[in-house]
Design a protein. Sequence first.
Length: 117
Amino acid sequence: MKTIQLEFFDVYNRKHKISVPASQKDEVLNHGYHIDASDVLGIMFVCEGDFLLKPVVYSIRNQKNKEVYFCRVYDEEGNAVDIQAKKWRAEINQKMSQWRQFTSNFNSTNVLKTGIL
């Protein structure tokens, strides 16, 4: 076995996968694996800091040259991410709506009229 693969879902229920060297298996299974929230598209708009992936040991699947584990995701305070998912979805949707409104009002005609270009 060369790697272990950690799988988890973001707040929009999209699957993410991270490969970790097999040499870190005991550490990951005992203590979890830290990830930066800004690296996960489904979380990055509302969270800063680290998350902890905790493999569910009984979820193991053996695939060619790797073991695959489903992981639960916890924030820095130890709260399970799925508990906060509804709140985060609302915040993400609000920020995306604000971004769409900003970008819809910004086009080359408006820029030319204001004399910026």
